[in-house]
Design a protein around this ligand. Sequence first.
Ligand SMILES: C[S@@+](CC[C@H](N)C(=O)[O-])C[C@H]1O[C@@H](n2cnc3c(N)ncnc32)[C@H](O)[C@@H]1O
Length: 287
Amino acid sequence: MTRFPGEAHEQPIFSVGQAYWNQRQRLAERRSELEQLHEAVGHPGDLWLCQFAQFYATALEFQPDMIVELGRGWGNSTAAFLAAIDALGEGARLVSLCRSREWRTVTRRLLEDMKPEGWFEPLEHVEAEIPTIDVKGRLKGGKRVLVLWDAHGYDVAEVVLARIMPMIAERPHLVIMHDIQDDRYHRAPARLCEEKGIWRSHEGHQHHIKIGHFSSAVEQMISALDFLTRNGAHLESADHEIHREIASRPEREEEMKRLGGLYGEACWCYFSLNEVSGPFTFPKWRG
Ligand SMILES: C[S@@+](CC[C@H](N)C(=O)[O-])C[C@H]1O[C@@H](n2cnc3c(N)ncnc32)[C@H](O)[C@@H]1O
């Protein structure tokens, strides 16, 4: 659970589990739209349908005026956030940063058969190496910022922690981190290093680092945990919150199961500096 500026710290105001539960009606109403979008993107392994629904519900509940997507790939998260912006109807923007071309060359064309021109308007699609992009200029207008951190490696970590976080630390914000699982809830245990030696860097999803109850195959888990520890903040587990708010309450879980594939495990985490008071410490930008 995380808290926003001006809120008493004993009164947490955000939880992914609560968001998922609170938005169940909207998820039910938009179920076929979300299923069709996810199917049209055609890469369900990059973001499962239930994760697609969780990102959508988180955006609806948090109500950002700006979403920054780091790592678009084929565009699952892009489509989930555009659908959420459309449902919110309040003129939020989506700034999508990635080197990949597939949104422009493939996915957008497929979605254009399903959605009117105006549905795509909130999107600023940037195709470049993330460390070379002027993120500071793009973040200036955002008052309530949701970040998806789904591009791997220390160079992107440096952009998030040294460039983006100093700009949004004092504004309401959430940073969603894909590809980090909470081993207390995940069915497949983290693959550890007994066969492969110590973990040094991302080598595909067969080799995981494990710190506390989190595990991941990607570098940014280390950077994020280091950053959060220095600032007295925490990595929050979407699965833990979903367990507390839904899975441990049979009547709620029964209702969520009626959403079919829109309900499931998360395998992602998030954080916000809003849960602690500053002053904050940020790494130096060496870009
Ligand atoms: C895991 S995929 C993103 C998946 C996407 N969020 C989805 O929901 O389908 C990560 C993407 O980030 C891109 N990427 C990784 N490092 C990058 C960098 N330094 N600059 C730009 N793009 C990068 C990869 O090429 C890939 O397209």
